[in-house]
Design a protein around this ligand. Structure first.
Ligand code: HSE
Length: 330
């Protein structure tokens, strides 16, 4: 890919410029679309700020209690910025401050929010010299640090907003999908599931009869979204490949899924690699009822948890003038 700044010329940096962003949480897979479907939500989100620094390289400042690495090669946002800097003149340096409000390991794209937020913010400092697809390409390097594999089903919706289909990753082919209004209920049981662990337990081979069911559901879900057919969306939110294996890592999963649907949810399942569970509903009232169901089940299991009722975020990473700092982490 051709870079848009001349690598051999020093870049004129405006040291007074500061860019602040909110990088949204995302729900990857959308049940049947492992590694190829995802959507962004309006809450929760990470807050980040970037500016140029005098010395080349990256300085990372963590403004939260998660103790994440500040070595750029080990930090997901740092890894994403390093990939971007390979296509920039060598005199450029960034200082990045991260306030994570999306708990790492929660299954709602915490690492993607850091990676995508960092490169989107840097791109604004650079007068948007890179395309959204370039930003996804850079940010996937953060996912590699987090889970050992480059996948874009959290990164793409975080950058583009809305629902995205990753038709291909090498080369990148991202399709932004339209969707009818949907309410999203998310519950995060306070346990941690590492994406790398949740990937390592998956079977590498699938039966043709299972693949056929999965293709039917993915195609049905995409058609349901494009045609605003809520019943078709609901019928298609089934996964015969990944959920049966991963759901055993999540206490109360089957009960939450069954009772949420009884309460009126269209359907749902594991958010990304878990442990969060998400459900989609046609109305806010149903989404609130579903949150009550989830709350009750985890109270009975005596498991700490947080619930969110939110909507699909259509803008992706947002540029803001100032931060609201008091949000609770998911
Ligand atoms: N598609 C990825 C997985 C998403 O399920 O492993 C991780 O958030």
């Amino acid at each position: 890919m051709e870079n848009k700044l001349d690598l051999n010329s020093p870049y004129e940096m405006d040291f007074s410029a500061i860019v602040k962003v909110q990088a949204p949480a995302t729900v990857a897979n959308m049940v049947c679309g492992f590694d190829i479907l995802g959507f962004a939500v309006n809450e929760p989100y990470d807050q980040m700020q970037i500016r140029f620094q005098e010395k080349p390289g990256i300085t990372i400042i963590n403004d939260d209690d998660y103790n994440l690495p500040t070595d750029p090669e080990k930090n997901v946002a740092g890894a994403a910025l390093l990939a971007m800097m390979e296509e920039l003149p060598s005199n450029i340096g960034f200082e990045l401050t991260i306030k994570k409000l999306i708990k790492p390991g929660s299954g709602v794209g915490s690492s993607a929010a850091s990676s995508a937020g960092a490169v989107a913010a840097a791109n604004r400092l650079l007068h948007h010299c890179f395309s959204k697809q370039d930003l996804v390409r850079f940010a996937m390097n953060g996912e590699k640090v987090a889970s050992g594999v480059k996948h874009a089903d959290n990164i793409a919706p975080c950058i583009y907003g809305g629902v995205t289909l990753i038709r291909s990753i090498f080369p990148l082919d991202i399709v932004a999908l339209t969707a009818p209004p949907l309410f999203v209920t998310i519950v995060h049981p306070q346990i941690e599931v590492k994406t790398s662990d949740a990937r390592s337990i998956l079977q590498q081979k699938v039966l043709l009869k299972d693949a056929i069911k999965q293709w039917g559901n993915i195609a049905g879900l995409v058609a349901g979204l494009l045609q605003s057919d809520y019943a078709l969306i609901g019928r298609s939110l089934e996964d015969v490949l990944i959920e049966p294996v991963r759901s055993i890592l999540i206490p109360g999963f089957d009960q939450i899924k069954a009772q949420s649907k009884e309460a009126g949810a269209l359907g749902g399942g594991i958010s990304g690699s878990g442990p969060s569970i998400f459900m989609l509903s046609e109305t806010e009232a149903t989404a609130q009822k579903v949150a009550g169901v989830m709350h009750q089940i985890y109270n009975n299991l005596k498991l700490d948890h947080h619930t969110y009722v939110t909507t699909i975020n259509h803008s992706g990473v947002r540029f803001v003038d100032s931060f609201i700092t008091e949000d609770a982490a998911l």
